[in-house]
Design a protein around this ligand. Structure first.
Ligand SMILES: [Zn+2]
Length: 119
């Protein structure tokens, strides 16, 4: 997604194009690309709004009323995500940084804490 200005420019262009007579398949293909691009931008804006809303609910700024199912689903999914990430770390194995003692994955080249070269 581009900036808000890009989104507005796309919308203005699409509105301008909509006013012209559509005469051939190339025009239609171009407009379909515009449509897909606008839908992508809208999805990204909706996603950002959703994330902001979830954070406001989690921080207690906004009531979860009306979003109870979605909030508990997101809580559950984020717990699952943490568990899967831990399993990945465990499967990779770990090594301790000889300089700072940080536990790093076996495939790490540098320590994630102090930057010491591990391999
Ligand atoms: Zn280190």
């Amino acid at each position: 997604m581009g900036t808000f200005d890009d989104v507005m420019e796309n919308a203005r262009y699409a509105a301008h194009e909509a006013g012209k007579k559509i005469s051939n398949t190339a025009d239609i293909a171009g407009l379909k690309l515009q449509e897909a691009s606008i839908r992508r931008d809208m999805r990204a804006v909706y996603e950002k709004m959703g994330k902001d809303m979830y954070k406001k609910i989690a921080d207690g700024i906004v009531s979860s009323e009306g979003y109870k199912k979605e909030v508990s689903l997101l809580d559950e999914l984020s717990t699952q995500l943490k568990m899967v990430k831990q399993l990945i770390e465990k499967a990779k194995g770990s090594i301790k940084c000889p300089v700072c003692g940080q536990s790093c994955t076996n495939d790490s080249i540098y320590c994630k804490k102090c930057g010491n070269k591990l391999k």
